[in-house]
Design a protein around this ligand. Structure first.
Ligand code: WT7
Length: 653
């Protein structure tokens, strides 16, 4: 990370919007100034006007922001609407035959769904969910591969006012059970398996395992048969998707809900304890989802938009399932992996479907960059007109490669900073307006009141690093942590006594007012753009019978950003040779079983005790140095037993 920050700090290249781009941009300089002016003069009116203009309401709201009970803010709270109606029905009169979804499967086969097709699929499923006893406010866990049916399921839930909670298909049965139980889900929607990289990835088995030892709230499991793999069905509980929708009408009257009605929960890692169920609203969330696709991605009717994120993450909610559809655009979904059948797959898809706007993560760019320029050059990428990135700071080298090799030196790069909790982009360029600097997410969007402050909450100007905070509530902000209002307040607002939403990142400003994100300030790792709590991984390790104690830190990694490095104390003697290597494997697999393969430590080291101060605090700073292979130069005199550092420095042989 430190190398990265240094190269970022020295970055002084500036990329101005081209005249050609400016001419066709959704947001021109003039419009941008108007938006900013309105936001600063009449904040509530700014968002209210946009909510009226961009969304369709069945009952108009009269209140914009309700801040009577901070930090529990409400937006448009006496209005009513339906997210699925906004994403589908309202486009039908003019765009029935326009493509909503282009889907390319792992094996290269393609399916297309028009807005009318999407409507029919979603309505049939919505009717099926109702027939299976799902009601407004019930929670439905979705555990699906990256296929259009995942979006149908989300939209069908939204349509009947049920609250969906997607669990990424890469999470284990244990992780799935925790989330099902925390949400109190009544139904699980899954598939027998998915296809990735030419192989089947089983899913239904994990649902069975999760429900064997818990998840008692679940009444029904709907199973989509995606592959030819066998699937065991449990009588009374399981029903195939096919049977559930058979005979269902393609007409469904969307259930209008209050703007504050939860649209979905999405679990994400924090620095302490179990994952948090981030609760999003219907009206406020949809507004920012819609606006950011219009402002930042400059989406237009003629575009083919591809966001590579899985629907299991927030990016797949806002920039696959809701935002582009709310705008009535064509979006692409891809089931597979970027390296199958070879590392040209992304570029082949961009070429074959004429993708115009492409959004992915720095880790994918860095991974594909390693294969050189020849692969992308084999494909016609001339339709691309805008590129985006998200998930972690992008190093200037990767930014330049993306811009030059993928974007022909013409496509602006939108480095978008946001989080599961913010619902949509917060700090990001407006492509026809903002000057770009490789490695900076540039400036807060109109209406987003972002600042950098020191420990006392004093605002910092350029140069100094500090806490990134948001002062004014915005429409798509997290409403609470599901079932835990107290944790919500503690996590995001307690630090500065409700004055700011505290993001959890550190950042600094340059003299042009650009934001540079430096990294997390808490014990959260960012592995390939995925957020992992060190404590979750530590708990997973400690749940293994041979482990007494564990500490996990991040180690800089040139593709993943960070990798997981674990320090383990066993409750038995440290084995030697092959036995030790076997134990390393056993522990890695154990973490995969407890959380999922993404959380597997790359390195595990053993010692007879963790380095602790005399008061018992684990000295993570030292562990980070060991992980990096740095010499320990700092003072270790406060350590209870300095000799254990030598133990942890020994690689496993
Ligand atoms: C954390 C949020 C937002 C969707 C994907 C991750 C980091 C995100 C950027 C960026 C630097 C970034 C932050 C943030 N992050 N985007 N453009 N530049 N850092 O969502 O799992 O909620 O993680 O990802 O640390 O807090 P998430």
């Amino acid at each position: 990370m430190s190398n990265n920050i240094e190269s970022v700090l020295q970055e002084d290249r500036v990329f101005k919007p081209t005249e050609a781009f400016k001419k066709q941009a959704n947001i021109t300089e003039e419009k941008y100034q108007q938006l900013k002016k309105k936001a600063s003069e009449d904040y509530e009116g700014f968002w209210s006007d946009l909510a009226k203009e961009k969304l369709s309401w069945s009952k108009d709201f009269t209140v914009g922001l309700d801040d009577s009970n901070p930090p529990f803010y409400k937006w448009f709270s006496d209005g009513e609407l339906n997210a699925s109606y906004n994403c589908i029905d309202r486009h039908l009169a003019e765009k029935e035959d326009k493509l909503a979804i282009i889907f390319e499967a792992d094996d290269g086969s393609v399916e297309q769904y028009t807005y009318k097709d999407l409507h029919d699929e979603v309505c049939r499923l919505a009717n099926a969910l109702t027939a299976q006893g799902v009601e407004k406010g019930d929670r439905v866990v979705i555990y699906m591969p990256m296929i259009p049916q995942a979006v149908f399921a989300m939209q069908a839930c939204a349509r009947i006012g049920a609250i969906h909670s997607i669990v990424f298909g890469g999470f284990s049965a244990e992780a799935l059970r925790d989330r099902i139980e925390d949400a109190g889900a009544k139904m699980v929607i899954t598939a027998n398996a998915g296809r990735r990289g030419g192989k089947s990835v089983p899913l239904k088995g994990a649902v069975d395992e999760a429900l064997e030892k818990g998840g008692d709230s679940v009444r029904k499991v709907i199973v989509y048969k995606r592959t030819d793999d066998d699937v065991k069905m449990k009588d009374d509980r399981d029903i195939s998707w096919h049977d559930a929708v058979a005979g269902m009408s393609n007409y469904h009257d969307a259930v209008m809900v209050n703007a504050e009605h939860p649209l979905f929960l999405l679990y994400t890692s924090g620095s302490t304890g179990k994952p948090k169920g981030i609760q999003h609203s219907t009206g406020g969330y949809l507004l920012n989802a819609h606006l950011t696709n219009e402002w930042v991605f400059d989406l237009k009717d003629s575009d083919v938009f591809w966001c590579t994120a899985d629907v299991g993450w927030i990016t797949g909610h806002t920039y696959v399932a809701y935002g582009p559809l709310s705008m009535g655009m064509t979006m692409l979904m891809f089931e597979g992996v970027p390296t199958y059948p070879d590392a040209g797959r992304f570029w082949q898809i961009c070429q074959d479907h004429g993708v115009t706007v492409f959004y992915t993560a720095p880790t994918a760019i860095r991974a594909l960059m390693k294969f050189g320029d020849d692969l992308p050059k084999q494909y016609d990428l001339s339709k691309l007109r805008l590129l985006g990135t998200v998930g972690e700071p992008i190093n200037p080298e990767a930014w330049m490669w993306y811009h030059e090799v993928i974007g022909r030196g013409e496509c602006p790069i939108m480095d978008t900073w946001w989080q599961t909790e913010t619902g949509a982009h917060m700090i990001a360029p407006i492509p026809g307006v903002t000057d770009l600097k490789p490695g900076s997410c540039t400036k807060p969007l109109p209406g987003i009141d972002a600042h950098i402050v020191d420990e006392e909450g004093k605002e910092l100007t350029h140069g100094e690093g500090g806490y990134l905070v948001i002062r004014k509530p915005w429409p798509s902000m997290v409403r609470t942590i599901w079932g835990d209002d107290e944790r919500f307040v503690d996590t995001y607002f307690a630090m500065f006594k409700n004055k700011y939403y505290v993001v959890g990142d550190s950042a600094h400003l340059d003299t042009d007012g650009n934001f540079w994100i430096m990294g997390r300030i808490d014990d959260v790792l960012n592995v390939s753009g995925h957020r992992l709590g060190t404590m979750e991984i530590e708990s997973a390790l400690v749940s293994h019978e041979k482990v007494a104690e564990a500490a996990v830190v991040g180690k800089p990694h040139d593709v993943k950003g960070e990798s997981v490095f674990a320090f383990v104390v066993l409750n038995q003697e440290i084995p030697e040779g092959d036995a030790r290597l076997a134990l390393v494997q056993e522990l890695r697999n154990h973490v995969a079983k407890e959380i999922g393969p993404i959380a597997k430590p790359d390195d595990i080291r053993f010692g007879s005790n963790l380095p602790k101060t005399r008061s018992g605090k684990i000295m993570r700073r030292l562990l980070r140095s060991i992980a990096k292979g740095e010499e320990i130069t700092s003072d270790t005199s406060t350590l209870e037993d300095p000799s254990i550092l030598d133990q942890f420095m020994q690689p496993n042989k």
